[in-house]
Structures are given as C-alpha cells and as structure tokens.
Design a protein. Structure first.
Length: 156
C-alpha cells in the first residue's frame, strides 16, 4: 500500500473533518468512555469551526489510492496539533508516513524538538517514534475530564 503525503487544500475540509470524528468515535471504550469520546468529538459536527481551524494551520494529508486517509499539523514551534487516521486505514503506515514528513519538516526548520499532547491511544505510537513522556495531563471538554500525555522528542 502506497501512502502519499501532501499539503491540505480547502476542498479537503469535509474529508478531514470526517476523519477526525471517525477516528475519535472508533476508539475502543477500554481507552475512553463513550461520554469522554462524545466530549472530545461532539456531534453534530461543527463544520464551519473546523474549516477555520484547518485554514489557520499548515495541514498535511495522507492519501491512499487517491483517498485521504489521515491528517496532521505542526505548529511553528514543533507542536504536533493533530494526527488522526480514518479507522479503515489504521495500522497500515498512514500515521507513520504523516509523522515522518512532520519530523523531516521540523529538522529542515532546525527545530530542537517536537512535542505533542497524546491520547491513551496515540501514546504508544509516539513512544515508538522516540518520544518521552513529560507529564500526564487532565483537560476538560464540555465538563468532562480527559487524560492525555505531554510528550517530547529531542531532534538535536
């Protein structure tokens, strides 16, 4: 399976938004309860807000056979804001391809490190990519507490 990473285009907004909601709502309840999942990615989809957020970031998308399968974005300081893959494409190298491009861009920009707030589900992925855990965080979404992990990878 070939994964092609490219820059996001506004025409991608619906698919990227769908990937976020699909990815979060496909998480096994061993990691997050249904209440937590619904707070993280509430329905109905706030499409207009997503378009604004996507347009304000340098987003990368990963395509498999012409279909957008995942997306990510990195802030100028090396913060990985999103890394989501549609459930139909998980465990097939999509997240790794997106991450590889993010790390390449960070190294090319001379950034000293990458950092992320990873979910329970994403934590093993980032550990495998060489990140270390700095802290466990509790964030609130719609009055529901969610746990994530602040992680960092030194690049130099």
């Amino acid at each position: 399976m070939s994964v092609r990473v490219r820059s996001y285009r506004p025409v991608d907004a619906w698919r990227v938004t769908d990937i976020f909601y699909n990815s979060v709502h496909s998480i096994d309840e061993r990691f997050y309860s249904l209440q937590e999942i619904n707070a993280w990615a509430p329905l109905p989809v706030e499409y207009a807000q997503w378009v604004q957020r996507l347009n304000a970031h340098d987003v990368l998308v990963a395509e498999v056979e012409g279909v957008i399968a995942g997306f990510t974005a990195m802030e100028p300081d090396g913060y990985i804001d999103w890394l989501y893959v549609h459930s139909d494409y998980q465990h097939r190298g999509v997240a790794s391809a997106l991450y590889a491009e993010v790390e390449k861009q960070a190294r090319d920009a001379g950034l000293p490190c990458l950092h992320v707030h990873a979910s329970h589900v994403a934590k093993p992925f980032f550990l495998h990519k060489g990140f270390s855990v700095l802290s466990q965080n509790r964030v609130e979404r719609l009055g529901i507490a969610l746990i994530n992990w602040e992680m960092e990878k030194r690049l130099s």
